[in-house]
Design a protein. Structure first.
Length: 215
């Protein structure tokens, strides 16, 4: 059964409007966490009715952003998880994979506990926490990372450092493409600084070559 001619463009426009609203929300909420939906509609270039048609309230908008962040983080974790790789390279690759996601959705940090709730934030971060703990665990077993903290505790400490650095990006006092964060993460895990820099450079070079080959 054929669809009405005008329906496909309407659906395409609806998807485009929704994507534009979410993209604008990522930017504007980072600047002003208390921005109203009316102000956000104007910034997105849509009328109030269009925005409310997609997101009937602030909670719905933030949940859509949280859903996006969760999917992006899960994909990044999977991408940064080769089957076999030395632990220091695995941790560097993992950090470089998740940093762009954290950077893109860092405005959620300011809204996390006030609007989303700790339970929802934990749900979003769970895949990354599980992977980080696994990397730390086999890195400790191989003698690559220091072992005076349990894997889950060291993983939580590395996560807290990453979140703190993202908050510094929010305030404008820090900017990074992920390489400095990856080096800092390896050092915090127990890798000597010189070796950490070499490992991160190698992982970046490998990723760049892989991207070039795919392109």
């Amino acid at each position: 059964m054929s669809q009405p001619v005008g329906r496909v463009p309407q659906r395409r426009n609806a998807r485009s409007n929704r994507a534009r609203i979410l993209a604008t929300a990522r930017q504007e909420l980072g600047r002003n966490p208390d921005i109203t939906l009316e102000e956000l509609a104007r910034a997105s270039g849509v009328v109030r009715r269009t925005l409310f048609g997609h997101f009937p309230g602030r909670a719905a908008l933030l949940e859509a952003l949280a859903e996006e962040a969760a999917e992006a983080l899960e994909a990044a974790v999977a991408f940064g998880a080769p089957a076999t790789e030395p632990a220091e390279r695995a941790l560097a690759r993992f950090t470089l994979s998740i940093w762009p996601v954290g950077d893109r959705y860092r405005m959620l940090l300011a809204l996390a506990h006030r609007d989303l709730g700790a339970e929802r934030v934990d749900e979003i971060l769970t895949p990354a926490r599980v992977r980080a703990t696994a990397i730390v665990e086999y890195g400790q077993r191989d003698g690559v990372f220091h072992s005076h903290l349990p894997p889950a505790v060291l993983g939580a400490a590395l996560e807290a450092m990453t979140v703190a650095l993202l908050e510094e990006v929010n305030t404008g006092t820090f900017e990074d493409d992920g390489t400095r964060v990856a080096v800092a993460t390896l050092i915090a895990a127990g890798v000597p600084e010189k070796q950490a820099r070499v490992v991160v450079d190698e992982v970046v070079a490998t990723a760049t070559a892989e991207d070039a080959a795919d392109g």
